[in-house]
Write a protein that binds this ligand. Structure first.
Ligand SMILES: [Zn+2]
Length: 395
C-alpha cells in the first residue's frame, strides 16, 4: 500500500459547523480512502503534499442534474441524436467535476445515457468524471412535464407505471424520477397542475423500494406536493410552494427537499427578452413565494439537499457553488448550505457511509480553496479550485 499525506491546510470535514486549522489527512492511494487524519505534525508518507494553508472541504454532491440537457438551447437539445447527447453528457460531467462536484444524481436523462455511462465507469473504461447515480429517463404522464423526445417513459395507469419502472430498473437505473406536477419549462402546464396520480406514483415507488432504491418527485406546487408525499416519495424536487403542513409531514416521514434555486432564478435573471415571456413570467412570479415557503420549511427542520437542475435554461453545469450561496438566502449558514451539498445529499443517495464527509474510512473526494468557505459562501465559486476524486487531483 502506498500512501499520500496532505498537510498544512484548514479542514471543514462536513460533520459540524467548524474548521480545524493546521490539519493533515492521509489517503490510501489504491482505495482512494482516508485512512488517517489529524492536526499538527503530519506522519511520514510515500508522498507528501503541502496545501499551503488553503482550505479543504468535501466535494459537492449535486442530486438534481440533467446531463443531456442544454442550458443554452431552448428546447433543451431535444432533437439531438444519441451520439450528440452522449458527447454533450461527457462534457457536462467534466464541467460538474471542475466546479467541485464529485458525485452526481441524475433526475432524467435522454436515451438512458447516464445508465450507459455508469456501466462504463463501473468497468473502468470511463474515468475522470464524477461518480454517478443514474436515473435513466424520467416518468411522466402523456402530455405532462418532461414529455419530450427520448426523455421520458409516458405512463397513464398504475400498471403502466409498474411495468416501466421495472424496465428502467432492469436497464440499470439506481434512482427513479417522477413528475408530480407541471413546471416552468412547458408552455401548456403550470406548477399547480397535478400530473401523475397518487396511485400511479405509488405503484412505481413500491417497485423502487422493493429494490432498496429511492424515488424523487418533481413537485413545484399544490396539490402535487401533497400527492407525492401521499404516494411515498423520498425527495421532493423544487417544492417551491411547500406548505407548513406539508413540511411537517416531510419531517415526520424523513422526506428530503431539493429546492433547485439557481434553476428558478436563472430564468428571469438571464432569460428576459430571450426566453418566451410566459416562461419568464412563470419563474419570476414564483420567486418571492419560493423563498418565503422554503425559509419556513428549513426553520421547521425539513432536511434540504443540494441540486441545481443543471441543464435547464441558463443553468449550466458549473452552478453548484452558486446554489450554495442561494441556500444561504433561505436562512442557512455557509456550513449548513455545504452540509446540504455533502452529507444530506449523500444520505439521500444512500452513499453516506462512503462519501459526504471527510472522515476516516470515506473516499477522499474534496476541493481545495484559497479563501475560507465558512467566512464567505462565495469562496466556493473560485474557478481555478483544485478538485480531488478518490484522493487524485482532477483539476
Ligand atoms: Zn429537473
Amino acid at each position: 500500500m502506498t500512501k499520500t499525506t496532505f498537510y498544512n491546510f484548514t479542514l471543514f470535514d462536513g460533520t459540524g459547523d467548524t474548521e480545524d486549522t493546521d490539519s493533515w489527512m492521509t489517503i490510501d492511494d489504491e482505495t482512494g480512502k482516508i485512512i488517517d487524519k489529524g492536526k499538527g505534525d503530519a506522519p511520514q508518507s510515500d508522498q507528501s503534499i503541502d496545501l499551503e494553508q488553503q482550505f479543504v472541504m468535501p466535494g459537492f454532491i449535486n442530486v438534481h442534474c440533467h446531463i443531456t440537457s442544454h442550458p443554452d438551447m431552448f428546447n433543451g437539445g431535444g432533437d439531438e441524436s444519441e451520439t450528440e447527447s452522449a458527447i454533450f453528457a461527457l462534457q457536462s460531467l467534466r464541467q460538474l467535476l471542475k466546479s467541485g462536484v464529485t458525485f452526481v444524481r441524475e433526475c432524467g436523462t435522454r436515451y438512458d445515457i447516464d445508465i450507459k455511462l455508469k456501466r462504463m465507469m463501473d468497468n473502468g473504461s470511463l474515468t475522470h468524471v464524477p461518480n454517478l447515480l443514474p436515473s435513466g429517463r424520467a416518468f411522466s404522464m402523456t402530455g405532462g412535464h418532461g414529455d419530450g423526445p427520448h426523455s421520458a417513459y409516458l405512463v397513464d395507469s398504475p400498471d403502466e407505471m409498474r411495468k416501466s419502472v421495472r424496465q428502467n430498473l432492469k436497464n440499470g437505473a439506481k434512482i427513479i424520477k417522477m413528475m408530480a406536477t407541471g413546471g416552468v419549462m412547458t408552455p401548456n402546464d403550470y406548477m399547480e397542475d397535478p400530473q401523475l396520480s397518487v396511485e400511479e406514483m405509488r405503484a412505481g415507488i413500491l417497485e423502487a423500494h422493493h429494490k432498496g432504491l429511492k424515488v424523487a418527485a418533481h413537485a413545484e406546487g399544490n396539490p402535487g406536493i401533497q400527492n407525492a408525499i401521499d404516494a411515498g416519495v423520498d425527495s421532493i424536487e423544487h417544492g417551491f410552494y411547500v406548505t407548513e403542513d406539508e413540511a411537517q409531514q416531510m419531517i415526520d416521514k424523513g422526506i428530503f427537499l431539493t429546492p433547485t434555486l439557481n434553476a428558478e432564478l436563472a430564468i428571469p435573471e438571464e432569460g428576459t427578452g430571450i426566453l418566451p415571456d410566459w416562461e419568464v413570467a412563470k419563474a419570476q412570479n414564483a420567486i418571492d413565494d419560493t423563498y418565503n415557503n422554503l425559509k419556513k420549511a428549513f426553520k421547521m427542520g425539513v432536511k434540504f439537499t443540494c441540486g441545481t437542475d443543471a441543464g435547464t435554461p441558463f443553468n449550466g453545469f458549473d452552478k453548484t457553488p452558486r446554489e450554495c450561496e442561494l441556500l444561504t438566502r433561505v436562512g442557512m449558514s455557509p456550513a449548513e448550505a455545504y452540509r446540504c451539498s455533502s452529507i444530506n445529499s449523500a444520505t439521500l443517495c444512500g452513499i453516506q457511509e462512503e462519501r459526504g464527509t471527510l472522515e476516516i474510512g470515506k473516499f477522499a473526494d474534496f476541493q481545495v480553496l484559497r479563501e475560507d468557505p465558512l467566512a464567505d459562501v462565495k469562496a466556493v465559486q473560485q474557478e481555478d479550485k483544485a478538485v480531488y476524486l478518490n484522493g487524485k487531483r482532477e483539476f
